[in-house]
Each structure stands twice: as structure tokens, then as C-alpha cells.
Design a protein around this ligand. Sequence first.
Ligand code: PA5
Length: 446
Amino acid sequence: MLEMHFANMLEEVIGDKGLSLVEIEGIRDKTAIAHSQIHERKWEELAFIDLVNQDTADIKTIAGYVLESSDLFLLLGIGGSAMGPRAILEALQPMHNFRNKPKIFIYDNIDPQTLEAIIEIIDPHKAAVNVVSKSGNTAETVASFMIFWAYFKKVLGNESAKKFIITTNPEGGILRQIVKEQGLLSLPIHPSIVGRYSVLSPAGLLLPEIAGINSDDLLLGAKDILTKCSNAELWENPAYLFSTLLYLMCTKEKRTVNVMMPYADGLKSMSEWFCQLWAESLGKLGLGITPYPAVGTTDQHSQLQLWMEGPEDKVVIFIRIIDYGSDVRIPKVFEKTEGFNLLSGLCLNDLISAAAKSTELALTNASKPNITITIPVLDAYHVGQLFMFFELCTTFMGFLFGVNPFNQPWIEAGKNNIFGLLGKPGFQKQKEDIQRMAKDNICWKL
Ligand code: PA5
């Protein structure tokens, strides 16, 4: 089970830059309201919670089909439709493409250079394409789908349709229309589940199944942490406590930046996934916290200086792994030379753990608040716990701030601006706004 170590957020440890028990107890009314919003299921978007009980049979059947027929699996999607599956793959199957088949690519942008490289590599005879979009309308994803659809058709003719699996909302969107018209394989994303909360839905689970990761293990971990985080009592509920502490640090101590720093390469993408969730869910009505991804020990050598002596606006969240599942002993070479002899015979686990502790100590001694989440081992069960834990934290934090953690009006506005610029009927105003901006813009020719 995850553990959360939060003493370094409290005034007993870091002095007057820390939080007092009075401050924490002082927002009991807010935390009680936030709990009741979740507990009483006042928002339909809380449907992400029910994903822990889903039947994964259809996902496994489609994964089996892909494994039988493909050497390459390409996921087309953006935002929540790509960041979750990438986080799972990198956490649980590092360097997958060097070691396993099918090779997996996630094309989550519309950079033509990347697309051309994929077209060069991909053999449609032996590939499967999973198009993931909750809305089923996102221009970037739809455009990439169109390109691969046409390319596969050119190479395979009528056989091409069976290479596509569309994961989308069962009720609407232009992708659903094509699924029906062309009779394509598809998986559903429940209509009430928001993109960035969809990692444990078929949007996030097909790819891991194809990579040999059992999605039921992810769901089991998520289910167990959900039970742990259902308690109404703040001090008994790690998700509520995590959010309450960061909320108070933001509102009372003006610490408006949260650094997410796992000490594991495999969790780099998880840290980016968290940043999307935190930013897009909370950044509303002039409120929110700026999330900022980092990775240990790498960023000790690039960011730590800023955290120690820069603006007093951050809280650092560490994720530490107790058992990396593998270890490497540093061989005893150059032992007679000072410096080398210190490292000789040490294990990398010891070194990374010493580095993490030293950063925590440096911050704590300088009264910089920090919080540590530990996971016993980086496996599907605990990765599932991390996803559900942060989704619950984000929801609870949204309710503490009094914002809707499930909408994203400015992401939608961006999508609409693209439609306007492209001349889609009904988006004339967006087109005019963009044309005006282009005219008003001042440009230096360099
Ligand atoms: O969280 C969100 O809603 C967004 O980040 C979406 O995931 C992103 O915009 C992609 O949307 P869709 O899955 O509808 O294509």
C-alpha cells in the first residue's frame, strides 16, 4: 500500500513556514463539504470511481486480436487520451520497444515530421491502430486518424478497416459515427468520464494489455486505495489529507507551485500525467496550483538550486520506490582512488535512496515544505493505486477550492478556435477573433 509522509509540511518540523494543527482543523467545514460531494456522488463525472469494478473481458479480447495480428500498435490520441496509457507503459514496461513485440508508438501531436517517420516505419499488414478520443471530435486525433485510414486503405484495400480500433464515447462524436458506418472494432469510454480521469477506462487499459500488463492488477490497486480513501475522517484519509495540506500551503503560505518528483525514470510520464490532471482540473476562476514535473535524481542537478534559494512558492512532492525490483552493485574498480572507493560495492538502490533522503533533508532543514509518497514496489497494483489516489486528491482539491474539477472550458475554447480557423460552420466568431489578433500582432523581423 502507498504511504504518505507529511511531517515536513507541519510547523513542528519546519517552523513557522509549516502548517499548524489549528490551521488544518480550521477548514473542517470545507473538507466535510468536499467529502460529501464525493461520498454522495453529487457529480456524474465521479463515474471514474466505478471503473475499478469494470469487466475487462472485451479489452482483453481485442488485445488478443492485436497480439495475434500485429507487430506494431499505434495509439492516436491527445491529452488524457494519451498521457495515461503512456504513463502505464513507461512505469511497467521500460524500453518496451527494444525488448518486446508488438512495438508500441503513441502519436499524440500533429507534428508532420513525427508522422512521416511513423509512416516510414509502419507496415499496415502487420499493424493495429487504436484511435482514442473521449469526445470523438478532437481535431488533432481525427486528422491523424484520417491520414492513417487513407494510408492503410491505399495499402490494404478493403482489408484495412479491421486494423482500426476506436475507443470513444458510445453516445456521440464523429468517430462513433464512423464506427457505426464502417463496422469498426470499438471500446467505450463512459460518457460521464472526463478525458484526464480516463486512464483506468478502456482508453488507458488496451495499450497495457497489449504490452503484457494485466489491467485487472491496475484496477485492483485502484480499488484498494479507493477503500482506504473513502473515510470521512481527514486524518484517516490520505487523499483528503494530501489535498488539504497542499490547499493550505497554497492559500495560507502562497505556495502556488507543486513540484512532482518521483525518484524513478519509469514515473516521469506519470509525473506529466499528474501535471495535466492538477492543472486542467484546478486552474479556474483565478485559483489553482501550478504543477511542475521533475524526476530524481536528475533534477537535483538542474532544479534543486531554484527550489532552495528561489522564490518561496513551492511544495515538493516526492515519490519514492522502496524496492525497484532490480538492483545493480557498483563494481570494485579503481578502489585505491579516493572518490571511487566510496562508491565501490554500493548498490544503485542505496545511492538513489541516499540522494532522495539528502534532497528531502536539504529542503526540510531550510524550512521548505515537502511531502513524500512511498510505494513498496513499482508494479501494476501500485501504479493503479497512484492513479486512483491522485484522481481522488484532484477531485477533493477542486471541491476545496470551490471549482469544478471536471470541466475544461479553455481547452474546449482552444478546440473551437481551431475549428474557427479552419472555417467549420458555426465557428465564425472564433475565425474573426483569430484574424483580428493576427492583424494586431507586432512582429520584429530578426
Ligand atoms: O481532460 C480532458 O478533457 C482533455 O485533456 C482531453 O483529454 C483532450 O483534450 C483530448 O480530448 P478527447 O479525448 O476528447 O479527444
